[in-house]
Design a protein around this ligand. Structure first.
Ligand SMILES: Cc1ncc(COP(=O)(O)O)c(C=O)c1O
Length: 503
């Protein structure tokens, strides 16, 4: 658990003129040209950048101290539902750091990058096998980016068929906010449908929108309530009969990986968050990866370039090459070839576990979530009384009689060494708290988390103010969140005189 200590000054505040971590030798060869000679004068700085001047020990200590204030999967349990903060095996980092991968230039000729290209090709094949899709693009940099790509593919598909009236995308009210945002960014009109009493998409409302305007329906399965969409085949039938496409938001694949495949459920296009199911690190906005998979009829629209494999009789083994996609492709969606280091990590995870290992992953993830749900039930009942999948959404109104909210419980959990669960999502559950223990948490950790929740609820009954004051054991306590959001201080200025006028 982080221990409160003295505030850590910014590295800029530690700066003293003349201090250095490294002294470069004087250049002893003639300089061919100075950058100043080649750049337009308007691009040149009037004065050198105000970089911090510090010695090596100060740099190392500063960043080591900051790293110890972080909460991470490597330091404690991180039950952040919907985000799948699963353990990132260290072997993944070792492999991604191999010289042949980490030192490879993205523009290296294909002949010099055969190993990297083979890895990308095999990863695509693995993702096809795991989802039932026919082709994948590894380019998108995150789940939300994958959704946008999927929606652009849907748009291109309908346009190519001359079906320009299809401008509607149906999204359930439980969906992640990125779903409607991605559909809107791709130029679609978003139509929301509700959730039924069992926590699934309301099939009757889907039927009501199944007409010639329907371009696609976006569905997460299990959905964001952590519940399996048992009527997914019926949804697929309704959408397909109306001429629409079914989009799979694969953020929750961790619950079903190795057991069920989106294509078999009727999905036409999907994205996968490699930083969730396939254990690559969450960068909180990047670097992630959100590969997009499609069934055969949509493959001409995938973004490029794509890796192709050819068998060349003259050389032993296959050869790999980057290939431009065909004329119907939506084009390039990212510079170079995606987040390559992330793709290496996902490949390592898939190969290390194999098919049966991944099946075990989803089994343990679901078991852990249901065990936690059962332990939490006395204080935090699940939003729906059903077997959950890899995460459980609870109703946090138990604290309301003491004038406390779900947020207060989360803050108090930080004092007990746990990262908070996801709060207030999905929006349709009052005081929602969404817990996702993941497959790697041992039984004792799950029991300790539930015990901590019980302890906080008991404290709330005795002394609600003590819960309202939490956290008191973290480097930073309660902050003024409204001001932090509305008037964020994002830059440090050496003096007031350097501060740019607001606005
Ligand atoms: C259900 C769901 N869909 C989409 C996303 C977006 O994914 P990303 O954060 O990789 O952009 C998330 C992220 O948490 C999610 O939970």
């Amino acid at each position: 658990m982080p221990v409160p200590d003295a505030p850590e000054p910014l590295i800029f505040e530690r700066s003293r003129p003349g201090r250095r971590a490294l002294r470069l030798p004087e250049i002893d060869v003639p300089e061919p040209s100075r950058p100043e000679d080649d750049l337009p004068s308007g691009w040149l700085r009037a004065r050198p950048p105000a970089l911090p001047e510090v010695g090596e020990p100060e740099v190392v200590r500063h960043f080591t101290r900051l790293s110890r204030r972080n909460f991470a999967v490597d330091t404690g349990m991180y039950p952040l539902g919907s985000c799948t903060m699963k353990y990132n095996p260290k072997i993944n980092d070792t492999l991604a750091g191999l010289d042949g991968f980490a030192g490879l230039h993205p523009s290296a000729p294909d002949a010099l990058a055969q190993g990297a290209l083979a890895l990308l090709w095999e990863l695509e094949q693995d993702l096809c096998r795991l989802t039932g899709m026919d082709a994948f693009s590894l380019q998108p940099a995150a789940g939300a980016h994958g959704e946008l790509v999927g929606m652009l593919i849907a748009s291109a598909y309908h346009r190519a068929r001359g079906d320009s009236a299809r401008r509607r995308v149906v999204v359930p009210d439980a969906a992640h906010g990125t779903n409607p945002a991605s559909a809107a960014m791709a130029g679609f009109e978003v139509v929301e449908v509700g959730t039924d009493a069992r926590g699934g998409i309301d099939l009757e409302q889907v039927r009501a929108h199944a007409d010639g305007r329907l371009a696609a329906l976006m569905l997460t399965n299990p959905n964001t309530l952590g519940l399996f969409e048992g009527e997914v085949r019926e949804v697929a039938q309704v959408v397909h009969q109306a001429g629409g496409l079914l989009y799979y938001d694969g953020a929750n694949l961790n619950a079903i990986v190795g057991r069920a495949r989106p294509a078999d459920m009727g999905f036409d296009v999907c994205h996968l968050n490699l930083h969730k199911t396939f254990s690559t690190p969450h960068g909180m906005g990047g670097p992630g990866a959100g590969p997009v998979g499609v069934t055969r009829r949509l493959s001409p629209y995938l973004p490029g370039p794509l890796v192709r494999r050819r068998d060349v009789p003259a050389v032993a083994g296959p050869r790999y090459a980057w290939d431009d996609p065909g004329p119907e492709s939506i084009g390039r969606v990212r510079a170079l070839h995606g987040n390559f280091g992330v793709l290496v990590r996902a490949y390592a995870y898939i190969r290390a576990n194999g098919g049966s290992g991944l099946r075990e992953v989803s089994g343990h993830a679901v078991l852990a979530a249901n065990y936690l749900a059962a332990l939490l039930r006395p204080w935090l009942p699940a939003s729906h009384d059903r077997i959950c999948m890899h995460e459980v959404v609870t109703d946090g109104r138990a604290l309301a009689p003491h004038g406390l909210r779900a947020l207060d419980l989360c803050k108090a959990l930080l004092d007990r060494g746990f990262h908070a669960p996801t709060m207030y999502f999905p929006l349709i559950v009052p005081e929602a708290l969404m817990f996702e223990p993941t497959e790697t948490e041992p039984r004792e950790a799950i029991e300790a988390l539930a015990a901590a929740v019980g302890e906080i609820v008991a404290l709330a009954e005795r002394d609600p103010e003590a819960v309202r004051q939490a956290p008191t054991q973290t480097p930073v306590g309660r902050v003024d969140e409204a001001s932090a959001a509305r008037r964020p201080v994002l830059r440090w200025y050496p003096s007031e005189g350097d501060r740019a006028p607001e606005g």
